[in-house]
Design a protein around this ligand. Sequence first.
Ligand code: 5SP
Ligand code: FE2
Length: 215
Amino acid sequence: MSIKIAPSILAGTFENLGAVVEKIEQTNAEVIHIDVMDGQFVPPITFGSQMVQSLRAYSKKRFDVHLMVQNPEQQIPLFIHAGADMISFHVEASRHPHRLLQQIKQSGVKAGIVLNPGTSAFSVAPLLNEVDYVLQMSVNPGFGGQAFIPEVLKNVEQLAKWRKEEHLTFEIEIDGGVNEETAFLCKQAGVDILVAGSAVLGTNDWQKAIDKLRG
Ligand SMILES: O=C(CO)[C@@H](O)[C@H](O)COP(=O)(O)O
Ligand SMILES: [Fe+2]
């Protein structure tokens, strides 16, 4: 399976996110990564479902909504309605992750569970039958432009091992500090989807940056 690239609009200019999404649409990236932050689970507040609904008009690519929010159960129906294709929430923020994953999938949206760098892969082991993807954070969530934490690759390797042994089909996505060098390590460990904020949107040729990440 070839690697998918998910540019993150968090690294874009917030005064015109429509133009940012439109510009990603011109590249061959498979997915657009959308970081939703509520000022509680993480300090910053970014945007909500209405913004995502408005951005929908600018792209036909898959919208990958990464919920960094304290009460994902409250937000999920709104993002389904807004046109998300993939929705993930943090295992650290959820009381009933199994039920929430089922809820997302029942609406025809791909369901993902997210792990912070300090969380063990074992904490999502009972959910692996239910998930479409696992998002491993490779920085502490809340901010773009941070350095990749290489220790998280142990989680990725463990997830890839379980996937193989148990003939599961979930994808592994990684998020934070992904650049040309760290992308190589991620692919070796078993990652399928690379999220990249600054490594793509921080350059003046987004397609070239995407090509470099594919390697
Ligand atoms: O979820 C997050 C940050 O919390 C990410 O999606 C960032 O947007 C990644 O940015 P870079 O580390 O690639 O600059
Ligand atoms: Fe993210």
